[in-house]
Write a protein that binds this ligand. Structure first.
Ligand SMILES: [Zn+2]
Length: 154
C-alpha cells in the first residue's frame, strides 16, 4: 500500500475537508493500516476535546448552528471513533443549541465521535444516546465542532 496518511490530511479527513478522491484513497489505506486508523481516531478525539476547552465563554458556533436551518436536513454520517468507513444516511430531526437529534438506520454507540456532513457544514459530534424507534434509530448528539464545507467557504 502507499505511504501513510500525512498528518495534515488526517486532520482534514476528520474535518471533512478533503476532496472525494483523496478521502477515498485514505479509506482504502486505513482498511489495511492500523497506524493510520489510530491516527484518525486520535485526531477526532483531539479536535473534539480541543474545541471543548476553547468553547468556554464562546458560543458563536452555537448561534451559527441555531441560525442555520438544519432541521429535516439530510446528510451523511461517518463514525470516526471507533473508525468506520461506512457512510450512513442521516436526517436531522431537530436542532437546539449544541444538540442535534438524528434519525439513522443503524445503531450508534454512545460516546462515539461522528462526522455529519450536510449541505451547509461538516459537524464533529459526540453521540449521547441512541434508541430504537420502529425500523430506525433516534440518536442525540452534541456538536463539538463545525467546519464549513469548501463550497460554503467561498
Ligand atoms: Zn498508514
Amino acid at each position: 500500500m502507499a505511504d501513510h496518511v500525512r498528518d495534515d490530511d488526517v486532520e482534514l479527513y476528520v474535518l471533512g475537508r478533503l476532496t472525494a478522491d483523496v478521502a477515498d484513497a485514505i479509506d482504502d489505506h486505513v482498511r489495511h493500516c492500523g497506524k493510520c486508523c489510530d491516527a484518525i481516531q486520535a485526531a477526532a478525539s483531539s479536535l473534539s476535546t480541543r474545541n471543548r476547552a476553547l468553547r468556554k465563554g464562546r458560543n458563536d458556533e452555537e448561534r451559527r448552528l441555531e441560525s442555520r436551518t438544519l432541521t429535516e436536513e439530510a446528510g451523511l454520517l461517518q463514525v470516526l471513533q471507533p473508525l468506520s468507513l461506512k457512510r450512513l444516511a442521516v436526517t436531522i430531526s431537530n436542532a437546539s443549541g449544541k444538540g442535534l437529534g438524528l434519525r439513522v438506520a443503524e445503531h450508534l454507540d454512545a460516546g462515539g465521535l461522528v462526522q455529519i456532513r450536510t449541505r451547509h457544514a461538516v459537524l464533529l459530534a459526540e453521540v449521547r444516546y441512541c434508541i430504537k424507534a420502529g425500523g430506525e434509530f433516534l440518536a442525540g448528539v452534541q456538536v463539538e465542532k463545525i467546519s464549513d464545507t469548501p463550497e460554503g467557504r467561498t
